[in-house]
Write a protein that binds this ligand. Sequence first.
Ligand SMILES: [Zn+2]
Length: 459
Amino acid sequence: MATLGFLGAARTVTGSQYLLEAGTSQVLVDSGMFQGEKELRLRNWEPPRFQPSKVQAIVLTHTHLDHIGRVPRLVKLGFRGTIYCTPPTLELAEILLKDAAHLQEEDAEYLNRKGLSKHKPALPLFDNADVEAAMKLFEAVPLGEEREAAPGIRFRYREAGHLLGAASADVTVQDGARTLRIVFSGDVGRYDAVLAKDPAPAPEADYVVVESTYGNRAHAEVSVLDQLEGVLKRTFARGGVLLVPAFAVGRAQQMIYLFDQLVTEGRVRPFPVHLDSPMAVDATRIYARHPEAHNVNLNGIGGRSLLYGKWVFHHRTKDESMKLNELKGPAVILSSSGMLAGGRILHHCRVRLPQPENTLLITGYQAATTLGRALLDGRRVVRIHKGDVPVLAEIANLKGLSGHADAGELMRWLSELKSPKAVFLTHGEEDAAFALASRISGQRGFPTRVPKMDERVEL
Ligand SMILES: [Zn+2]
């Protein structure tokens, strides 16, 4: 008998983790961190509902923390199997997990120093040593190649779009005389996205586990380049600097590519782009090293990656970052974090927001209670590093760069599926998951289910 357990991302968008069991074989697909509300985050600390030492493999779909963030914790708790992922994911995972470990250690240290923790002492979920131990278990598998994850459980990756290295996993389970095919979507990207390839549609399968982040929404059709051209021209006409908070992996590289496009098309005169984030600099190197994984050729004249164009400046040190305070427009500063929740972008905001010639350009989702959200809501004075900062700069919002397929695109991803026994909707809030479930059962006639957290189903 084979079973599938939904141990995360069930009726919520974080903590992706699925446990596939057949005979004595146990394989996890993804092991992500729960993020957001405290009630969810506490789940990161709960003992797993399986014995980590008994699990033979973890098959990762991509490197976002809500898909890989619990991996070092599982290694700490005794997991010693193999961790599979695509080659770009392996490289990105190391920088993202090390950064996450660093943040965890900093948070624990802060709570201990301030005496704010109920736990004495407060501990990080995992530390750098746990990440080092986990990285030794990683094994890269290129798209299309089959591997045996555990006796009777084989898998193969296919392109998912979404982010460099992101994949869906086609899993085959030999359950006695039966062969079961289960497809895990991972996060499905958009069609015709910036840099990311189109997702490959789901193949015929017995069961499909599909994300539903935007299961009840349609993305607006907007030209990202037109919007960006407008905001650059306005800012530069004022002699200002465009400040862009961007997630270091993915969004930062997309923005550099879009700036290059506008200049190449002659729509904007060349201007310097300053990438001010050590993690984004590392991630950019990985993006440049995988030309096969993008939907465009990033190598310009002379074979040099556009991400290293002569107008792009990479900054690692604090000194280099401080020097940018004197920078005059026209220029762009790209820095993280993307939701202005910390990092160097806050220093740039303190310097740039009080000047009306500058623009702060938001490029992605801003969670409630973040500084990014407050600025989008039109707050004219914000608190940064314990000081009040007046907001005289323009605040702009670039739409259309979502990394997730909308409901119509998810239907397109499912278009080649013919007669599954069930489609499971995960990785979406309840409204979104149920909306997509009823659309799939209504339009395609497939049996659908929206699993509850920790539910196990027999396959
Ligand atoms: Zn993702």
